[in-house]
Design a protein around this ligand. Sequence first.
Ligand SMILES: C[S@@+](CC[C@H](N)C(=O)[O-])C[C@H]1O[C@@H](n2cnc3c(N)ncnc32)[C@H](O)[C@@H]1O
Length: 230
Amino acid sequence: MAEKKVDFTPSVLGSKKYWDDFYELEHKNFVENPEDTGECWFDESNAEDKMCEFIFTELKNLKTSNVCDLGTGNGHLLFQLYEEGLRGNLIGVDYSEASVKFATDIAQEKAFYISFQKSDILFPKDEFLLKHRNFFDLVLDKGTLDAIALSDQRNEDGLTGYQIYPGHASSLLRKGALLLITSCNFTEEELCSHMESSGDLKVWKRVRYPKYEFGGKSGSTICTVAFEKV
Ligand SMILES: C[S@@+](CC[C@H](N)C(=O)[O-])C[C@H]1O[C@@H](n2cnc3c(N)ncnc32)[C@H](O)[C@@H]1O
């Protein structure tokens, strides 16, 4: 299937500086009040609960596994999974040092065995990417591809982060493993067509959200799709 063209308007949410400032502020708030562990992205759509529910119902054998959260931010999704009983090699990565410091401090405060590392998942020589090829059983993304798509930066071959992302995300998965992505910037159709364009990712299952109806059309404001590495 040919990939549908998607229009992008660059935004500050696509810049590292934005996220550094964002997590520095969240970290400062946390130091003042350790109960304030930051914003839960897409909370209004219940996305985190939906992702956790999907993982625990659809992936019952995943009690201990190698799990990575791409663009982990304050690590909220991994903390939620840990609280609900997920164990194993749980790693959150982010290109913002402020995010890594913040999430690491929360993990220490909660005494949770989750590690956080710096990684720019679009950089081909990134140490984390190179070290973890074909390694993970489950890779998560909540809002990270969305943020990446808002950057106008291109690599030396003229490719955008949005174009680079599917191949890099898939390189982390072992064969048969899953990539679970939640997006509010793309329709389910756009997300599926883009991720499948990598050649080795196929739609496995979709998470259902409440649908809205307007002007004879129906849809939802958010989508979560699981892709299998084939
Ligand atoms: C919308 S936030 C989502 C954060 C987190 N997943 C959540 O749900 O709260 C996007 C995240 O992607 C990270 N990010 C953006 N580009 C990245 C890249 N190239 N490599 C790693 N992380 C990136 C940002 O630093 C930010 O933490």
